[in-house]
Design a protein around this ligand. Structure first.
Ligand code: BYC
Length: 310
């Protein structure tokens, strides 16, 4: 890597040009993107598990259809993102192996259990709400394949967000049992959703390089602020109470949260608490069950190639 190559690359970033797969890029830019896009792909795939568990217990046909469509969307998001990672020269099999071996990260949020039906709505409202804030920003990122994947993913996530909000608002205005169910789900999902946007900026080692290269256009704390400013008033309007005694609005109108327990965040990521081990075991079982599909696809591909060569 020469200084001239770096300088020319940085000029392209400054001009707002998209970097495409065959283009020259610094090794560290490539490494950061593979890290982030593969973690994101794993999150979509593991993210099917907490909600997927509830498909057979959905309270109505309408809710079941919505949930099935949502979980299928997440599988599709995983596919786009593995493809985007592959454009950087990495092998999907290696990425999946790293996930199953516990060497790769995925979003902390999916190591929490879904204890009740309202958790499905709360995930849609809060988790997809946080994800949209982060991913709308990433839709403007400098790497073409990632930015384009984000555009489609965000429009699908917007539907996920709306269905979650619609469900929780209905329960919050429903019977005392429904209200209690919605409040209980909020009590458990509030802090994990605030944390999922990543550590505070001062503790975010990757942000510097990602911001310099136009991947992260906003910092973790800036996205978290947007998330709070959107969701706090809506949750309060629904009649729910947010489990943060220090939450308040400052003079600028921003909602300010109380101290975050980052020890819980890191313990969840390391799999010391929460469902990390169980999630990976479930993924491993699904991967093993799907072996025949991969084998059939490889055999089909080989036959097509052989026929084309004839
Ligand atoms: N969970 O330097 P930092 C979804 C790690 S799926 C676990 O700030 P960065 C959905 C981070 O990886 C939504 N680990 O990192 C799906 C780093 O460790 P390494 C998933 C986390 O990358 C199904 C270390 O902490 N979205 O919406 O600059 C159903 C230091 O952090 C987390 C994405 O993946 C976390 N929450 O910023 C429903 C979006 N946060 O790798 C919904 C793409 C941080 O150095 N990713 N870490 O060992 C991003 O935008 C960024 O990676 C983050 C973190 C903002 C998440």
């Amino acid at each position: 890597e020469t200084a001239e190559q770096h300088a020319a690359f940085e000029v392209r970033i400054e001009r707002g040009e998209k970097i495409e797969p065959g283009d020259w890029m610094p090794a560290e830019y490539r490494r950061q993107l593979i890290r982030m896009i593969s973690q994101h792909a794993h999150s979509e795939v593991v993210g099917m598990l907490p909600e997927g568990e509830w498909i057979s217990s959905a309270p109505s046909l309408r809710r079941k259809l919505i949930l099935m469509a949502k979980v299928q969307d997440e599988a599709g998001h995983g596919q786009y993102l593995y493809h985007a990672a592959e454009t950087l020269g990495v092998d999907r099999r290696e990425l999946v192996e790293a996930l199953l071996a516990g060497r790769a990260k995925y979003s902390s949020i999916f190591n929490y259990p879904t204890r009740g039906w309202a958790d499905v709505g709360m995930i849609g409202w809060l988790v997809d709400g946080a994800a949209i804030r982060n991913q709308t920003m990433l839709a403007g990122c400098s790497y073409g394949p990632y930015s384009r994947a984000m555009v489609r993913i965000c429009s699908e996530e917007t539907f996920h967000h709306k269905q979650g909000k619609e469900m929780i608002v209905a329960y919050a205005a429903g019977t005392p049992e429904q209200r209690a169910m919605a409040q209980d789900a909020l009590n458990r999902w509030w802090w994990p959703s605030v944390m999922m946007l990543g550590p505070h900026d001062a503790d975010s080692p990757n942000s510097g390089a990602l911001a310099k290269w136009g991947v992260k256009l906003k910092s973790n704390d800036a996205v978290r602020q947007e998330y709070l400013n959107e969701h706090v008033p809506e949750l309060l309007e629904a009649g729910l109470s947010i489990p943060d005694p220090d939450l308040h609005q400052n003079e600028a109108g921003d909602w300010i949260h109380g101290p975050i327990d980052w020890s819980e965040f890191w313990a969840i990521i390391r799999g010391e608490t929460g469902l990390g081990r169980e999630r990976l075991a479930t993924r491993q079982a699904a991967h093993d069950d799907g072996a025949w599909v991969r084998e059939a696809m490889l055999a089909y591909g080989e036959r097509q190639r052989a026929q084309a060569a004839d």
